[in-house]
Ligand binder design. Structure first.
Ligand code: AMP
Length: 467
């Protein structure tokens, strides 16, 4: 018997080995075919910004930065990677962003981190960590950068998108809210977009408690008419039912109690003052009780800016913001009331494209440097550096040999001057300067090339001005 047993064991190890081998070969084959089939692709919800689109980004950022600097804002940059707990605490564990949309992972040290889904919480963290409360208040900051939310990709909704934002920390005066809104309004107008301001107040924790109770009493008997998400929201975050996009939920919430009727005296007065400032500034607004914003840290004034002339506008919001008076203290800092706004740059740029709003196109190059032969090419490398150092916008095609090919490139670029260096000119210490607008050309001393180009460019500008 034992012998038989042994044999069985031997057989089974043999079988085991051969099946292992088979498994390994299969796995190897699979990985080989996988490697062969692999074709790199963009992750869902991500977007490459190609050179042709960059001028929109440069234009929007330049305009935005110029504008906010003129209102006394300073730039702050915070890391893309943050502690996950920062957003659990600030944005709120029951919010959609934290519950469903965060790119979270453990780093090699075992710490739970995430790609930031927004930047306000990071700035509040930085405000506390760097003792900004000791600076003259309010501290006015602006930022720009990518944000990450694992959302269902659709038009205007990406998983990596970019925000430009403002934060004013350390003051609760309603004039701050009005100013943040004014800047947001002006920023969009300067980009050629007609803004439509939607505004509401969330009150403070005291008045919101009363309101939430009223909201629950209203929605509970109508639970069966709500979508499955809103049925869950009823337990966790009933405010969000108000901005659900489902038509049934919208219909139910049309008759829901409105928070403005529940504001305490201080919050009502604060809100009225914000609106008075807006009236004075002649900024039209729509009191919209359905604007609730999806983040827990908001209090009192909240707003969104929609494109004035589009249909499903709450989904195309170009900017969103409001007050967050308790965020800094919630994160462990000394109380510092604050107000801010974030603009979605992809949406702004899409809107500009839709409305045929083109950023001004700047000429990329004024001069083309052509060369014939190795020795001339070497000399041209040096000439290129000399021109570039003098801030002359110069293009080249050093890897090309034929003059015709190079002149075609120069033509395509629309340069004003082409410099041509061949063997003959090199020996004679000269270079050809061709005026591309009238086709004339002259031979100049190679040592004077920078000065000659500058002179020529200047004279062209002067002539244009005279015309
Ligand atoms: P929020 O941080 O949610 O208040 O959003 C502020 C602005 O960022 C919105 O008004 C949008 O313009 C933009 N935004 C928010 N989420 C996305 C997204 N997933 N894709 C593109 N833009 C977004």
């Amino acid at each position: 018997m034992p012998k038989k047993k042994n044999k069985k064991k031997k057989d089974s190890t043999k079988k085991g080995k051969s099946s292992d081998l088979r498994k390994k070969t299969r796995a190897k084959k699979k990985s080989q075919t996988k490697r062969r089939k692999f074709s790199p692709h963009l992750l869902k919800g991500m977007k490459d910004i190609l050179p042709a689109e960059q001028r929109y980004w440069e234009f929007v950022l330049k305009k935005s930065e110029e504008l906010v600097k003129s209102y006394g804002f300073q730039k702050i940059s915070t890391p893309i990677l943050e502690e996950k707990a920062l957003f659990d605490r600030s944005v709120g564990e029951d919010t959609e962003i934290v519950e469903k949309q965060m790119f979270t992972f453990k780093d090699k040290g075992g710490e739970e981190v995430c790609l930031r889904p927004e930047t306000t919480a990071s700035i509040a963290r930085a405000y506390i960590e760097h003792g900004m409360i000791n600076l003259p208040q309010p501290v006015k900051l602006y930022y720009y950068g990518p944000q990450f939310r694992y959302e269902k990709p659709q038009s205007g909704r990406l998983r990596q998108f970019h925000q430009f934002g403002l934060e004013v920390i350390g003051d609760d005066d309603p004039v701050i809210d009005a100013q943040v809104i004014l800047i947001s309004y002006n920023l969009l107008k300067e980009l050629g977009i007609k803004p439509s301001l939607q505004i509401n107040s969330l009150g403070c924790q005291k008045c919101r408690k009363k309101y939430l109770r009223a909201l629950l009493n209203y929605f509970r008997p109508k639970k069966r008419f709500l979508c499955s998400d809103c049925q869950k929201r009823l337990l966790k975050n009933p405010l969000r039912i108000l901005d659900c996009k489902n038509p049934n939920c919208q219909e139910v919430s049309d008759e829901a109690p409105q928070i403005v009727d529940y504001l305490c005296d201080e919050c009502r007065e604060h809100f009225i003052k914000v609106l008075e400032y807006l009236d004075k500034l002649e900024i039209p607004y729509n009191l919209n009780p359905k604007i609730v914003r999806g983040l827990d840290y908001y209090s009192r004034t909240i707003f969104e800016i929609w494109p004035e002339d589009e249909e499903v506008r709450s989904q195309n919001a170009l900017a969103g913001g409001g007050r967050y008076d308790n965020l800094v203290s919630l994160l462990g800092g000394r109380p510092a009331p604050a107000c801010g706004v974030a603009f979605g740059l992809e949406r702004i740029i899409n809107k500009m494209k839709k409305d045929n709003l083109f950023p001004p196109e700047k000429k990329r190059f004024d001069v083309f440097l052509a060369q014939i032969g190795i020795a001339a090419r070497k000399e041209c490398l040096k000439i290129f550096e000399n021109l570039r150092r003098e801030k002359i916008k110069v293009a080249e095609a050093f890897s090309k040999d034929g003059l015709r090919q190079q002149l075609e490139i120069a033509n395509k670029l629309g340069v004003r001057i082409t410099l041509i260096l061949g063997q003959k000119e090199l020996v004679e210490g000269t270079i050809i300067l061709r005026d591309m607008e009238n086709g004339t050309q002259e031979e100049i001393n190679i040592k004077n090339v920078v000065a000659a180009v500058k002179r020529k460019l200047k004279s062209r500008v002067k002539k244009r001005k005279l015309l």
